[in-house]
Design a protein around this ligand. Structure first.
Ligand SMILES: [Zn+2]
Length: 504
């Protein structure tokens, strides 16, 4: 057994003993990576040996494979015998999976609200630490910030240079809405300003005039910066398809399923009871085909809307969820108030919420079946959706909508990478390539080790034994220690920052 002898020559660590692996402090940026916009956090070699690998480049699980990481990149992937670390490799850490561990690419959450990050502001620093840690501890190694703040380029940089341990951040600019862009000229100016400030995306949010919407799209296209966000019913999905704009929350799709177009503009993102009754899902396959042909990418954010539409679960039960311990109590209190103040009219029927949520799942499945690119976004934090944990809720909702486990996993791994690769700026204003989302040679070493098979039960993505971020291994014990620090930080007297802005 040559591999056993190899294992003996190196420092071996069994999966069960992961907690005992000594992790060196964050390595400073190495000079050989000076020009890399996203240098590795560790150059140390790691071998994941005899694990079950979801490569996401091919369907299914590869049993009894090994993955070698060197210099923060995946160096080799294949059957145990085919992965052969060079004898010259120094200090190889071996994670022995014994066939009972599953290795998946680091997850991407494409819709997160990151906190502001002004220099020297201790409350901002504490909030950024909490957000980044909750994301990492949940296996999320790539994030797209969807409510931009002028300080976010700084947050992106702090993560990139390793001074803040967090998922690789892509940022949309501050939302462009009718309050700041009433005319095409104002819209152009806002897009130019956000592009110049170094944001990776333009965020469209409540742009209701078609000429203003078109000005956002054409200006962004000229500058080579992609647009993401809302598509309001007043503008409509047909106009969005022309560009095509990457679309959040299944916006404007329910309206497009109504035969009478006059009914369309009379609601926002959630069709009220009477509108729900006139939505014709027979129109769905045809519309989904058009969306696929237009090359629209969609982030359905199913789980958040399910929570909003669910009026059966007692608020106290939501407040008692284990992940609420990581949230400042004021925020949980606000969510409870918000929920108790939202009651659907009895006239809409006792099953209104369930029917509205079921429509969203039906639309999602139709889009997937037609070949529309789908991505996972949690839209957290808001309304009992805690950053990090809520991406696993979203994966469960995607799988449960009929996509199944592997298509759901693609929404948080290979699909976001493919989407970003299709964009004029490849999803990054700073030149960070979209080399994540699959386990293949050359990809960034962003990995998650699980102790159960997520293709059998999607909730296995919550059973995280270790996370690797840009080559740096973070074992379960270290994740737990970080989470304990988040819990402390969310309690008085450390949690005095203003409540997080709620914004779909
Ligand atoms: Zn949002």
């Amino acid at each position: 057994m040559p591999h056993h002898s190899r294992a003996r020559r190196h420092k071996a660590a069994r999966l069960a003993a992961l907690a005992s692996i000594a992790i060196t402090a964050l390595l400073p940026t190495l000079s050989s990576h000076a020009s890399d916009p996203l240098p590795p956090l560790s150059d140390a070699p790691t071998l994941f040996r005899n694990v079950n690998v979801l490569t996401m480049t091919e369907p299914g699980v590869k049993s009894g494979w090994s993955v070698l990481v060197v210099g923060g990149r995946i160096a080799q992937v294949g059957p145990i015998d085919a992965v052969t670390p060079a004898d010259t490799l120094q200090n190889l850490t071996i994670i022995e999976g014994d066939g009972n561990a599953w290795l998946i690419p680091g997850l991407a959450d494409m819709h997160v609200h990151m906190p502001p990050y002004e220099p020297g502001n201790a409350q901002h620093e504490a909030a950024a630490f909490r957000a980044c840690t909750l994301l990492l501890a949940n296996g999320i190694t790539t994030v797209r910030g969807m409510v931009g703040h002028p300080s976010h380029p700084r947050l992106r940089q702090a993560i990139a240079d390793g001074s803040l341990l967090g998922p690789t951040l892509h940022i949309a600019g501050p939302p462009i809405h009718q309050g700041i862009a009433k005319t095409p000229e104002e819209a152009q100016a806002a897009v130019r300003q956000h592009a110049k400030a170094g944001f990776d995306f333009i965020k469209s949010h409540r742009v209701v005039q078609e000429e203003v919407y078109r000005a956002v799209q054409t200006t962004a296209a000229e500058l080579g910066i992609p647009v993401t966000g809302h598509v309001d019913n007043e503008v409509g999905i047909t106009v969005a398809m022309e560009y095509p704009q990457q679309q959040e929350h299944l916006d404007a799709i329910p309206a497009a399923l109504i035969a009478d177009p006059n009914a369309a503009s009379q609601f926002g993102q959630i069709p009220p009871g009477p509108v729900l009754n006139v939505i014709d899902t027979n129109r769905l396959p045809e519309l989904a085909k058009k969306l696929a042909a237009a090359g629209i990418w969609s982030v359905p954010t199913l789980s958040l809307f399910e929570t909003i539409l669910d009026q059966n679960t007692p608020t106290a039960e939501l407040m008692a969820r284990p992940e609420m311990r990581y949230i400042v109590p004021q925020a949980v209190g606000q969510w409870a108030e918000q929920r108790n103040a939202t009651k659907f009219p009895a006239l809409w029927g006792v099953d209104y919420g369930q029917r509205a949520a079921a429509l969203r799942k039906q639309i999602t499945l139709a889009l997937a079946d037609a070949g529309v690119g789908l991505m996972a976004g949690s839209d957290s934090p808001q309304f009992f959706k805690v950053v990090g944990f809520s991406l696993h809720d979203e994966l469960a909702s995607l799988a449960g909508s009929g996509l199944g486990t592997e298509r759901a996993l693609a929404c948080a791994t290979s699909n976001p990478a493919r989407y970003m690769d299709s964009l004029p700026n490849r999803g990054s204003a700073t030149g960070v390539p979209p080399d994540f989302g699959s386990i293949a040679p050359g990809k960034r070493a962003d990995l998650v080790l699980l102790d159960a098979d997520p293709t059998i039960n999607i909730n296995a993505t919550r059973r995280i034994q270790a996370v690797m971020l840009r080559g740096r291994l973070i074992p379960r014990a270290e994740l737990d220690a970080l989470l304990a620090e988040v819990e402390r930080s969310a309690r008085p007297p450390f949690n005095q920052e203003p409540p997080l802005k709620s914004d779909l």
